[in-house]
Design a protein around this ligand. Structure first.
Ligand SMILES: [Zn+2]
Length: 239
């Protein structure tokens, strides 16, 4: 998965108006920070606004398109785990807790996904006075077989698993956006700040991309994973 970047200085120069520069494709990065230098030597720094869970779900979708079904299952799983982290942070920040304290406390659970799931389940219960819908045990078993036992899934199995992850995240995402808007905003802001360098001297742009699981999307459209895959394939065929 690569992201297209265009040099803004070239685009808005007189020369750029007559010959808009071609975008340069940059590999996806963990820190969400993209720095590139165009042929004329202009350096652009851009941070990607999308949360990890959004990007990881799309990575899973691209893995399906590429025929890497084990990798797809791993990315969908990571997306769900990072979504639980997003939920916990948004709820705590909504409550006015200090961001540094939340980040410091998260470190206590950051290397154990079962602890994170536990934190999510009880925080969800406290917020909505009901237990959350989780992945069905059948899918959890399937995931463990793929990730820990080397099972090679079929395309259908990987897509079905991805669809269940999508169905698990979507209703909770909707709920967290409407119930904890301030917390969501703070979490997004914190994510953007983390992608910047502390001693940033040049202007930093923000970029947003269309993802299947989208925090920004207010359209209410909820395409199935298969529909989203067809759309991605359509774009890919035209690159
Ligand atoms: Zn340039």
């Amino acid at each position: 998965m690569r992201l297209p970047f265009t040099c803004m200085q070239c685009t808005f120069s007189d020369e750029g108006n007559s010959h808009p520069p071609y975008p340069k494709y940059v590999e996806l990065r963990d820190d969400g920070r993209y720095e590139f230098t165009c042929e004329k030597g202009h350096t652009t720094v851009t941070v990607l606004q999308e949360q990890k869970f959004e990007v990881l779900f799309d990575l899973g979708a691209y893995a399906v398109l590429d025929g890497y079904y084990r990798e797809a299952v791993a990315s969908f799983t990571s997306s769900l785990e990072r979504f639980y982290e997003f939920f916990v942070k948004a709820v705590l920040l909504e409550d006015g807790l200090d961001e540094a304290t939340v980040a410091e406390t998260w470190k206590q659970v950051s290397s154990q996904s079962e602890r994170q799931l536990g934190a999510f389940i009880f925080l969800y219960l406290k917020c909505f006075t009901e237990k959350p819908s989780l992945l069905r045990p059948k899918q959890t078993t399937f995931r463990n077989e793929v990730i820990h036992k080397g099972k090679i899934p079929s395309r259908d199995e990987a897509v079905q698993y991805g669809q269940e992850v999508l169905d698990t995240i979507r209703p909770i995402l909707k709920r967290v956006k409407t119930t904890f808007p301030k917390g969501v905003e703070k979490t997004v802001f914190q994510h953007l700040m983390n992608s910047r360098k502390a001693d940033e001297s040049q202007p930093v742009g923000t970029m947003t991309i269309a993802t299947i699981l989208s925090l920004n999307d207010g359209s209410g459209k909820e395409p199935s994973l298969e529909e989203a895959l067809s759309e991605k394939q359509w774009w890919r065929d035209r690159w």
